[in-house]
Each structure stands twice: as C-alpha cells, then as structure tokens.
Design a protein around this ligand. Structure first.
Ligand code: FES
Length: 444
C-alpha cells in the first residue's frame, strides 16, 4: 500500500476519538489497529453489513464502492454516505459514525439481509390508537401515586387484549397508546385490530367499575383504527434504538380516535380499515367528516361487532398440558426443517424447527458470541451450525459438536487463537410439541 504524505486523521463522532493512519487502509482496519470497537460479524468480507458507517465528512477521501459493497448497498438502499467500513479505503481525513453497535443491530442487519427490505421497510399494518377520555382533569383530581397506579393497571389490561389478538403496543404517549397489528406477517391485521378494539371497550366496563369504586371517577377510552402502509424500522439514539412505526397511517389512526369526541362515539375506523373487513363486521353507524390536517371528507365507521374469529390463530395463547405451561409459538403448518420459527419466550430468544418428525427448540443465539442462529444450517444429524463462525451444536441436548470451525480465512491468527480458546458452553434447549394444529414451547 502507498504511504500517505501527511498523516491523515479518522474521527469517530460518537466516541469523540481521533486516530491517525499512515497508508491507505480500510476504515475497519484502522478501527482494529487502534482498538476501536467496530462490529464486523463476517470478518470484513463484505457480506454482513454490520460494519456500516455514515461518512459525516471526507466522502471525497473514500474509495469507490467495491463490487461486494455495491451489491449490499443496492439491496439495502444505502444512501451515498453510508459505507461498509471493511470495503472503504481511506486516503485522507474523514469523520464517521458507526451505525451498528450491538446484538439488536446484528439481528436487524441479518433480518434486512435475508429479506428484500432496506434499512427501513414499508409494511401494510393496522394501527389502533387509544386515548383516555378527559384524562387531564381526572389526573388533576387524583394523587400522583394514584394516577401512576391507574395508568399502569390500564396499560396492563389493554396490553393483554392487544397481545391476545396478535398485536403489540409499540408506543405510549402519556395516557394514549399505539398498537400495531401485522408486524408478524400473519395477515388479517385489520380484523384483529378491530376485534381488539371491541374487546377493549367491552372489557373496560369491569375495569371502569373498579376505578369508580376505588376513586369515584368515570373511566372511558376512545379508539381509532386505520389500515395502510407504514415505515417500520429501528429508531432512537444510541443504545435506545427500538422498532418504530412512522407515516401517515399512524396519524390517520390518531385522527380517527379524536373524531370520536364530536361524533359522540367510542370507536371509529377509517374507510381503508373498513374496506378490508366489510363483510365480517356489523356497522352501527357512520359519519362523513374532514379529519384534522386533511382536505378530503372521508367516512368513518362505528363498528358494533365482528362476525366469527380471525383467520389466523391467536398468537399468544397459553396451554397447560401434562402439568406444563406451554406457550403457542406458531401454526403447525408453518414449521418445517427449512421454515424455522423465531419466538421470544419470557425474554429468551427461541428457534424452533422440525427434525425427523420431532419439534426441536433451542436458544436462538450462539454461546460463542451471542449471534443469531436462525440463519444456520441443520445437518442430517440434527446439528445446527452458526452461520457466522461455524460453531455447531446438537439440537437435542445442546452439546457443542464443533467450535469456531468456520472462521473467515483472512482472519488474523491472533483473533483465530482468541476465538478458539473461548469457553465452550452448550446451547440451551426447550420443550416443544405439535398439538392441535399449533406449535407449543415451554422451558425445560
Ligand atoms: S464486516 Fe461484514 S460487511 Fe463489513
């Protein structure tokens, strides 16, 4: 490599650190030489994208994209200033921000690489927005401890109903919350959202009477539901990134919620949402109105009831069988050796698949570097191999079969030595059964 005339500097914006380098090197090499922590799950081979950085200054000092980088940049829709550190040679000063920092980021990168999605992806979802009626005056009449107690009880109550219908509460905004249906890709999102909304309103009667008994206060909520495309992606400042949903679909649900006030209703769904499920709901009434911030009049529907059940089974069902509490992880038809199910069981990431007629369930991260195992191959002996560094485990008892048997060929010998000498810890396994059309999982 050509020595550079002056010693150029690479600045790491987040770490507020500046290092010098003497020859044209890749950003990842500069990080490694200077002991700057920098994710590079594929070992710098231009395959994983976890080394990606944003070039804040000095894009003109970066090499052109290599062929490998171009492939990833096209697939993931990288803007010009997002570069793979392992593929970008620096020949002058630059300032960068590392975009991936932890295990969640690695999982996110892996999911994006396996799908056709980009850094953020567009998804058709149903959004349920719920707000407590006249909460501000209510909170002023109660002691602050009671306000927090009441809100937490309410969010617990609402969260259970949302989860039972396969949605998830994604955001709390004061006394309001936003729930998303459709992230699981199982379909029927609008029906599930509307069913959850109706159950929230009907079950709230019990909750509200407890509030009345204890606090002598009325407790009512208003709900708006919309179906449409939203941008789903990880958002947040360093260390607090979380899955977020943004776009007009969210705003429309919030506007439908606030239209309840004038219409004197408790739940309204937009035309888009109604069109998804019109044959499966009974309408009580409808209104034509112009929603806040929009110019067109639209129809909002007040739904009286839903007909039948959701076309997809409930996601978070529990079952007690043989004295064991099982949790439903998915539908039997969706599981095979190739089609694995990833599931979170009380905070543990679990990977399920079929092998020789059995349902097997193992911890979904390798014990070597905590990297996701979901992209790993399962061989004819039922051993799963970590796609990152080649550690393989028996999926029946979790025993280690091979340790770091697939390290990148160009990994420096000292790193190979360090990785191979790490303690060989077996993989956790879980109980799993196929029962009545569903896959159930339980801790051992
Ligand atoms: S380290 Fe994997 S792409 Fe750069």
């Amino acid at each position: 490599m050509e020595p550079l005339k002056n010693m150029p500097k690479l600045t790491y914006a987040d770490e507020k650190r500046e290092v010098e380098f003497s020859e044209a090197q890749s950003i990842l090499e500069i990080s490694n030489e200077n002991q700057v922590e920098h994710l590079h799950v594929c070992g710098g081979l231009g395959r994983c994208s976890t080394c990606r950085v944003q070039i804040l200054d000095g894009l003109e000092n970066c090499s052109e994209r290599s062929q490998k980088e171009q492939l990833i940049a096209d697939k993931l829709d990288f803007p010009d200033d997002v570069r793979l550190a392992c593929q970008t040679l620096l020949s002058g000063d630059a300032k960068i921000r590392k975009l991936f920092k932890n295990k969640t980021d690695i999982k996110f990168a892996q999911a994006a690489m396996q799908s056709s999605g980009s850094i953020g992806s567009n998804k058709q979802v149903a959004i349920l927005f719920a707000d407590i009626e006249d909460f501000t005056p209510l909170s002023e009449r109660l002691a602050s401890f009671d306000v927090m107690y009441l809100l937490n009880k309410y969010f617990d109550f609402a969260g259970n109903i949302v989860m039972k219908n396969g949605g998830e509460i994604n955001n709390y905004i004061g006394d309001a919350f936003l729930a998303i249906f459709g992230l699981d890709g199982e379909g029927d999102e609008t029906f599930r959202a509307v069913k959850a909304g109706l159950e929230l309103q009907s079950d709230l009667k019990n909750f509200a009477s407890t509030v009345e008994e204890n606090f002598d206060e009325e407790f009512k909520i208003r709900i708006g539901i919309h179906f449409g495309e939203a941008i789903i992606g990880m958002l947040g400042c360093r260390g607090t990134e979380r899955l977020s949903v943004i776009g007009d679909t969210v705003n429309m649900a919030a506007r439908a919620e606030s239209a309840n006030k004038e219409a004197d209703t408790t739940m309204l769904i937009t035309e888009n949402a109604y069109n998804q499920i019109q044959d499966r709901v009974e309408v009580e009434d409808f209104i034509r109105t112009k929603l806040k911030g929009t110019s067109e009049r639209i129809t909002l529907y007040e739904i009286k009831s839903v007909k039948g059940e959701s076309l997809v089974a409930k996601k978070h069902d529990a079952l007690v069988k043989d004295g064991i509490k099982w949790t439903r992880a998915g539908a039997s038809k969706d599981l095979s050796k190739e089609n694995k199910i990833e599931f979170e069981l009380d905070g543990d990431d679990v990977l399920l698949f079929r092998f020789n007629g059995d349902v097997r369930a193992v911890q979904n991260t390798c014990t070597h570097m905590n990297l996701p195992l979901s992209g790993g191959e399962i061989d004819e002996n039922g051993h799963i191999t970590c796609p990152f560094h080649g550690t393989s485990y028996c999926t029946k008892d979790g025993g280690v079969q091979k340790w770091c048997d697939g390290l990148p060929e160009d990994m420096p010998p000292e790193n190979v030595q360090m990785m191979k000498s790490m303690k060989q810890v077996p993989l956790n396994t879980f109980n799993a059964i196929d029962y009545e059309g569903n896959i159930w999982v339980a801790k051992n």
